[in-house]
Design a binder for this molecule. Structure first.
Ligand SMILES: C[S@@+](CC[C@H](N)C(=O)[O-])C[C@H]1O[C@@H](n2cnc3c(N)ncnc32)[C@H](O)[C@@H]1O
Length: 446
């Protein structure tokens, strides 16, 4: 068994799509064997080396942790051992605290000072027949006492079980990547262990690498030019790059580059970048960001930023590009939900703009290259309205790229409709509660 657990971003389906597209593009023989709204379990035929794991974590916008699966239980065992109602079953509790996986993490704990953390990921947030908090604390205590029994000089666990900062009534049983880094939990003999629940199983896994939130925050806040009104989140930028099939060494185009967030993320991943924007301030801003970024990285960033209209793209860029990733202009900023007719007119204009730009992209994109973009979904007084994507790609020479590759989805949790994945989808929503202009992501191929 070569199973890996990936902790997903808040948009679980989009995170799974990104992960599957990534492994498929890299030629890993991988299958999605289980998932929840927090975790994807992938069986990967060849064991990943360190470099591959680090590269994967750096590239994926919708991934917080990559971990190696150590052991699997039926979740019935946990349901019986830590029920919210009724008596706990002793044999099931004992089966769990035998820790058959422990020696895979700590071969020889003798004399060592060990600090560990256990992060519990329920199958989804909401009511459950399992008492997760009691489960988590029992695991903490029992791992600690087992390590001491096996001769560890000291064993301490790091637990964070305060309410989730974002949703006050929800308990947070998982450690943030930042706490893991601050407490050196990935440096042996320390370790972070995941207890990840899916519909029918519990996976124990050992974390190999986590999202570098400090580096991301630094890049975001220290760059010379930023505009909170238009800048795309760096996580979405990386997801777009993955969906576009962008690889280190490739030449990437963003025809609506704004403040250059996609281009910075691409440069970080070792790509050459070309940006276009109609607004001179954005062009200047992106240039200063990339110059700053190059100095900060201590290496030359290969970039070209052009002021111009993306509808004239193939005349502005006279070389072939390997991938295109962008967040185009999404139309007006609404102060409240608009009338349907108002939004419909704007959507019509935007569809026209996107089609024209995509036609040009079709001309300079590498023959097997891909495009990933966001499109607006406007929430009107009478419901949401969006671009007709079939209409949008007419005459562009581009077709839909399947975001959820059907052949590699064989999840043990697919039987439950809350977790069902429909591989036929051409579009994935990226919803932000309360926003009038929501977004969706699509990918196209030549
Ligand atoms: C949503 S913003 C892009 C944000 C960008 N991804 C970032 O992180 O800053 C859209 C950008 O498209 C530019 N734009 C609008 N119409 C354009 C056109 N026809 N050609 C090129 N750029 C255009 C705007 O000036 C704006 O900077």
């Amino acid at each position: 068994m070569n199973e890996y657990a990936f902790v997903l971003g808040s948009n679980w389906l989009l995170s799974i799509a990104e992960l599957l597209v990534y492994v498929q593009d890299r030629g890993f023989k991988a299958t999605l064997v289980d998932h929840s709204r927090h975790i994807a379990i992938l069986d990967i035929k060849d064991k990943l080396d360190n470099e591959q794991v680090v590269e994967m974590q750096a590239a994926l916008g919708g991934c917080y942790k990559v971990s190696r699966v150590l052991h699997r239980y039926d979740s019935d065992t946990v349901r019986n051992a830590f029920p919210t109602a009724g008596q706990p079953q002793r044999e099931d509790r004992e089966a769990l605290i035998k820790f058959p996986w422990l020696s895979k993490v700590w071969q020889n704990p003798k004399g060592k000072k060990i600090r560990f953390g256990l992060s519990t990921y329920p199958e989804f947030d909401g009511k459950s027949p399992i008492q997760y908090r009691r489960f988590a604390r029992t695991m903490d205590e029992k791992i600690k006492s087992t390590l001491i029994q096996k001769g560890a000089r000291k064993a301490d666990y790091f637990a964070y079980d305060k309410p989730d900062k974002r949703v006050a009534e929800r308990m947070n049983l998982a450690l943030w990547p930042k706490s893991i880094a601050q407490n050196n939990l990935l440096i042996p003999p320390n370790s972070e262990i995941l207890a990840a629940f899916t519909h029918k199983h519990l996976y124990f896994a050992r974390t190999l690498v986590v999202y570098d939130s400090a580096l991301q925050q630094y890049r975001d806040e220290s760059r010379p030019y930023i505009s909170s009104k238009i800048s795309t989140s760096p996580k979405i930028c990386r997801t777009l790059l993955t969906l576009a099939g962008a690889r280190p060494g490739d030449t990437i185009l963003d025809p609506f580059c704004g403040t250059g967030t996609i281009l910075m993320e691409a440069a970080m991943l070792g790509m050459k970048v070309i940006g276009i924007d109609i607004d001179g301030n954005q062009v200047q801003g992106t240039r200063s960001n990339l110059i700053w970024f190059g100095k900060d990285l201590g290496q030359q960033v290969d970039f070209e930023i052009i002021r111009g209209d993306a509808r004239d793209l193939s005349n502005l860029v006279n070389r072939q590009v390997d991938a295109v990733a962008f967040e185009p202009s999404l139309g007006p900023i609404y102060s409240g939900k608009p009338e349907w007719e108002d939004a419909e007119n704007n959507i019509r204009d935007l569809t026209e703009l996107y089609r024209e730009v995509l036609k040009h992209i079709g001309q300079i994109l590498r023959p097997d290259g891909r495009v990933a973009m966001t499109i607006p979904v406007i929430v009107t007084k009478d419901g949401p309205i969006s671009v007709d994507i079939r209409e949008m790609i007419k005459g562009t020479g581009l077709g839909f790229f399947k975001l959820l590759p059907a052949g590699i989805i064989k999840s043990r949790s697919e039987g439950d409709k809350r977790f069902r994945i429909n591989p036929g989808r051409d579009i994935l929503p990226e919803r932000k509660r309360g926003q009038v202009v929501q977004r969706a992501l699509i990918a196209l191929e030549k």
